[in-house]
Structures are given as C-alpha cells and as structure tokens.
Design a protein around this ligand. Structure first.
Ligand SMILES: *Cc1c(COP(=O)(O)O)cnc(C)c1O
Length: 450
C-alpha cells in the first residue's frame, strides 16, 4: 500500500481497533519520523510520549513560568541537525546564512550564531537582534526588503550591514543617507530575475514583482554607480542578491535556478567588467509537511553546489557566495502545542476545540499564502505510540471559521486536557501570525537545547 493510502487509511472508521501490518493507522512516533527525516532523532520519545529534558513534555510544560499551552517549543538539536545536513552538501566555497524572518526568537538566533556564517535580516529589529546576540556576525549580515525605512538604512550603514538594494530609488536614498553619515554603504543589487523558481510554494521572481530590480536594468545601474559622483563616493557595490521563491522540495528546480542565476550574473560581469565580491543565491529549500511528500534530495544538490562554487571562484576569484536559508534550518525544530478544551459533535463530525489557533499559527490554518489548505502533521504528545484511529476536525478559540487547525485529521482518541503538537512549526509560525487578532494572549515560546 502506498504511503498516501496508508495515511488516508489512518483516518478510517476503525476507531480503537488494533490493526496490524500495512493497514495499521499511523502513530505519532511514525508521523514524526516520516515528516522530520534526519531531524526526528533530535526529539526524544518514550512510553510517556514526547519528552523534554528527560521529563514528559506535558510535565515539562506544566513546570514553566509561562502558560504551558498554547506554546511553541524549539529544539536546538534539531536546528543543529539541519545545519549539519546542509553543510554536508555545501562546498567550502559556499557559505551558509540564516534568514532570521523564518524564526526570530532570540535563543534560536543565539544558537545559530556559532553554526552559520552570517545572517539575513528583513527589518531594523532583526538587525538589532544580530547586533545584540551575535555582533561578530554583523559584517556577514545583510538586509533585504522592498520598502526599507531611513532608520533601517542608517542602522545598516553604521553597522556595516550589507544592504540589498531593491530599486534605483533606494540606491539614491542609501547614497544620500551614507553621505549624511560620512560613510560608504555596502550594497548589493537584488535582482528580479527573468525566471521564477519552479515548484516553489511562494514565488518571488519572474514577471513584474515588488522585489528587486528587473534583471534587464542591472547593467545600466552598474554603469550609473560607476559614473555618478554621489553614488560612486558613497556606495561600495559588492555584488548581487537573487532569491526566487520559498518552500521548494525539487532538487532539479533548485539546481536549475542556481545555474541560471550564475549565468545571469556572468553575463553582466562580462558586459560591464564589474567584479562581484559577494553573491547571495537565496534560500527556499522546502520541508515535508505531509508524510506522503518526497523530501528535498539534498544529496542530489551536492554536485551542483560544488559546480556553482567552483564556477563562481573561477569567474570572480575570492567572491563570497552565500545561501540564505530560513525554513529548512528551523521548521523541524518547532512544535506548536495546544490543549484540547472541548470535544463536541456537530451533525456527525467530531470537533476538538483547542486553546491555540490561527492567531499563533497562521500557516496551520491555511491562510498564509496557500491556495488550498492541507493538513499538517499533528501528534498527541503524550500518546505517541497510539494509532491515529479517529478522524476529527480541530478548531481554535477565535470567533471565525478561518480558525482551522485540522480537517478530517487522523489522531488517537483524545479528550479535553490532552495536548496535541503541530510538527514542522519552527518556521513562519509565531512571528508570521496575526497575534493581535481577537486580542488574545501571545503563545509561550520555549527553547530547549535538545
Ligand atoms: C524569506 C527570505 C529567505 C528565506 O526563505 P526560506 O524559504 O525560508 O528559505 C531568504 N532570502 C530572502 C531575501 C527572504 O526574504
């Protein structure tokens, strides 16, 4: 039986019946292994269920100062496992950066400070966190964003942060701010490429976009920076930034984008004679949200990355090439835990009403850029070996039908007081959700070393 059928089977009517062989409903332990892959080993499970620091996760949560639920738990060992998996396929010539917007929780940034080669920020506050938590990394930090404020420009220029320039107008504004500070701004041109990342869940390149500078305008802009006195004196053009899309699990598509990006930059440098010192090739590596989905084949990227690194060095000796990954480094390290407050049946459908919802986890509710909502991997954290033999809907506390946590979701038979955990919630969770909506409390956020 295919995995797809297996997971559908998990939602069939045989509630409580102990099935064997390929017909057996999936368990939480299996779901965690199948979705998290190599990072699964960072999560401890025993007969008490999911464990944290040697205790059952439920007990551990009950001892914390913040509310036990709803909360996010981030696991440092799972982050390290993902970093190591990526490092294993990166040649020495390609550096690994972390895109902070995926998860800006300070202990996560501190944990990554010693493991990645730099950071990519998307706001003033993110740069301030790097300055506070990893000041040695500021020289390997960049900021991107299509409508940066003067405060962001000032902070970046004062702290030597590389600014990814998103338009000709921004180029002028940055030069003006640098002039007023009596400094030179480090800049890279963010490119809106003529292609998009195929298979990406969220597209950021190709066609008309608010992000970056259209690729066809780049050579003229390089020339302007050379010839315009204000630009020349106050900008240090270091290179280029390309980022074509997010949540891509297709190694072939990522490889093609990386190759196309390199060719694009080689064309300009041949045309203009400009020698980049810096080339940011973006992020977008995708993770598995459903056990039936194929994981990104990192090993297949290894030869491509080696080739990209070598080609870049050959074209522009000493160039620093970066990948900036967000989701891939932190998704598997996060579990969003929420407690069942009520169990009720509405016209034949079982609802588990939870204390957490879309105001903490917008992506779980299907409202963060998805066209069709898909279920997430959800486990019962104290019943990791019980079969997911019942099909239920999970909803949150908000007075809106948008507050969906699961639809026809297979779980063990659960009651009020039980705690479910949403796996793969370490990226674009708490900070990517409308926490002000309905004026409910923020979730707890916990970091455990693993
Ligand atoms: C969000 C973002 C990233 C990270 O994307 P992931 O899909 O999380 O890897 C990288 N670079 C830029 C410019 C971004 O905006």
């Amino acid at each position: 039986m295919s995995k797809e059928n297996l997971s559908k089977e998990a939602g069939s009517k045989e509630a409580g019946s102990k099935e064997t062989g390929s017909m057996a409903p999936i368990t939480g332990r299996q779901l965690l292994a199948e979705t998290l892959g190599g990072a699964a080993a960072a999560w401890q499970i025993d007969d008490r269920g999911l464990c944290l620091a040697g205790e059952s996760a439920v007990d551990w949560l009950n001892h914390q100062a913040q509310p036990a639920t709803p909360a996010y738990i981030y696991n440092g060992a799972a982050i390290s496992a993902q970093v190591q998996a990526v490092r294993a396929v990166l040649p020495g010539t390609i550096h690994l950066h972390y895109a902070i917007k995926a998860n800006p929780f300070p202990p996560v940034i501190s944990h990554l400070a010693t493991q990645v080669d730099g950071f990519d920020c998307a706001s003033l506050a993110e740069m301030q966190r790097v300055a506070e938590l990893a000041p040695a990394r500021l020289a390997q930090t960049s900021i991107a964003g299509p409508a940066k404020s003067a405060d962001e420009h000032r902070f970046a220029i004062s702290h030597g942060v590389l600014i990814n320039i998103e338009s000709a107008g921004e180029l002028q504004r940055v030069a003006d701010v640098a002039q007023s500070l009596g400094k030179r701004a480090r800049v890279a041109l963010r490119v809106n490429p003529p292609f998009e990342l195929k298979g990406a869940g969220m597209k950021m390149g190709g066609g008309a976009r608010p992000f970056g500078i259209d690729s066809e305008a780049i050579p003229a802009l390089i020339e302007r920076i050379r010839t315009d006195a204000t630009l020349r004196d106050h900008l240090a053009l270091e290179g280029f930034h390309l980022f074509a899309g997010s949540q891509n699990r297709q190694a072939e598509a990522i490889a093609a984008t990386l190759r196309q990006s390199l060719i694009l930059v080689q064309d300009w440098t041949r045309q203009t004679g400009f020698m980049p010192r810096h080339l940011n090739l973006g992020g977008g590596f995708g993770v598995v949200y459903q056990p039936q989905d194929a994981p990104l084949d990192l090993a297949a990227l290894k030869p491509v990355l080696a080739e990209i690194g070598a080609d870049a060095q050959q074209a522009w000796t000493g160039v620093r090439v970066n990948l900036e990954l967000g989701r891939y480094l932190v998704a598997a390290a996060g579990i969003y835990v929420t407690r069942i407050v009520d169990r009720k049946t509405s016209r034949g459908k079982i609802y588990l009403m939870c204390d957490g919802g879309m105001h903490h986890h917008l992506a779980l509710s299907g409202n963060l850029g998805q066209v069709l909502r898909r279920n997430w991997p959800i486990v019962a954290i104290a019943q990791m070996d019980e079969p997911h033999s019942e099909t239920v809907d999970l909803a949150g506390p908000l007075c809106t039908p948008l507050d969906v946590l699961g639809q026809n979701q297979a779980l063990p038979i659960l009651q009020p007081g039980d705690v479910v955990g949403v796996l793969q919630s370490g990226a674009y969770g708490a900070s990517a959700s409308p926490q002000g909506f309905l004026s409910r409390p923020a979730p707890g956020e916990y970091f455990v070393p693993g």
